[in-house]
Write a protein that binds this ligand. Structure first.
Ligand code: CP
Ligand code: NVA
Length: 335
């Protein structure tokens, strides 16, 4: 018998079931920090993202909402990837995203964070917020009545880590103890999320950061705690060569994060030994990939040559922001 065109394929049926069953308990949950995301929940985002990515490649909308869901995005800082991937992702799912610059709405100045959270909760299904202070996303979550997604705070960039681990999995064919990811540079929001993401997926992570720029010990301790169950190795040092030795993936982020612009000159000199260049890459495995959350500053954290040679993986990593955030929204909202 020939199936009719509206018969869901096995893959689509499995994907719909994975979302609808809510086996990992994502429904209506906030995503503020990977501290609160279980290993099963982390893996569920990757699994749903893979299914949605396959459908996207076929330009299929077999997994989408029948009633248009809405996302409000608040940005206290600039964004390209986060804003566009959320906006495009909501369109793919037959939803709609609304962009709100913090200075337009006056978050915490024109009106209180609680009033913004409560009023938005009456109109939209989810709020995503990029903020200076992590306490602001926590306050939005505590005071509103809809799920809140941290779209980057001073502490953590959890939604970046979903895309990072999906990209690593696609290129290495696996995740787990057989892989070593090296992060070089500032012990910042991106590294904090990566530490927890690698620990949860069993990937060994080695961070090389200058003195005075180590990650928050709270994140290192939590990664070490999770690693006891998953077998991941967590290494933090000031030695970029030791950190990068035999790496399968080498990860860069900017040396000066948004909001730290006044420290740019000082950081520029401290971070030079941590630049991802030909010399440092010669210590990694010959097959090593380079990852970068972007935006990139060629000639600072990564040379133009290395950036260009590894651009296809780095742009795939940016593309994966779309698929992983669609997955997260689907798991939080449901079908
Ligand atoms: N990586 C990332 O979050 O990019 P944007 O700052 O452009 O959103
Ligand atoms: N650490 C960087 C990440 C940019 C996506 C920042 O916070 O600016």
């Amino acid at each position: 018998m020939t199936p009719t065109t509206d018969t869901p394929s096995e893959e689509v049926a499995n994907l719909r079931e994975l979302i609808s069953s809510d086996r990992t308990g994502w429904r209506k949950k906030h995503c503020l920090s990977l501290f609160d995301v279980s290993t099963a929940q982390f893996n569920a985002v990757l699994d749903v993202a893979k299914g949605l990515k396959a459908l996207d490649l076929q330009r299929q909308m077999a997994v989408a909402w029948t009633y248009p869901r809405t996302l409000a995005m608040i940005f206290e800082k600039p964004s390209l990837r986060t804003r566009v991937s959320f906006e495009a992702g909501m369109a793919h799912l037959r939803g709609h995203a609304i962009n709100l610059a913090a200075n337009e709405i006056g978050l915490g100045t024109r009106e209180s964070v609680a009033d913004v959270a409560n009023v938005l909760s009456r109109w939209v299904d989810v709020i995503a917020a990029r903020v200076f202070l992590h306490a602001t996303v926590e306050e939005l979550a505590r005071t509103g009545t809809v799920p809140v997604i941290n779209a980057l705070s001073d502490k953590e960039h959890p939604i970046q880590a979903f895309a990072d681990l999906l990209t690593l999995q696609e290129y290495a064919g696996t995740l787990g103890n057989s892989l070593k990811l090296t992060y070089l540079g500032d012990g910042n929001n991106v590294l904090h999320a990566l530490l927890l993401a690698c620990a949860k997926t069993g990937v060994n992570i080695s961070a090389g950061c200058p003195e005075g720029y180590l990650p928050d010990p709270v994140y290192v301790e939590e990664a070490e705690r999770i690693a006891q169950e998953t077998g991941a190795k967590i290494e933090i040092s000031h030695d970029p060569v030791a950190a990068v030795r035999e790496a399968d993936a080498v990860y860069a982020d900017v040396w000066t994060s948004m909001g730290q612009e006044s420290e740019k000159d000082e950081r520029g000199s401290v971070f030079i030994p941590y630049q991802i260049n030909e010399t440092l890459m010669s210590y990694a495995k010959p097959s090593a990939i380079v990852l970068h959350c972007l935006p990139a500053h060629r000639g600072e954290e990564v040379t133009a040559e290395i950036m260009d040679r590894h651009a296809s993986v780095i742009y795939e990593q940016a593309e994966n922001r779309l698929h992983t955030q669609k997955a997260l929204l689907m798991l939080i909202i449901g079908l």
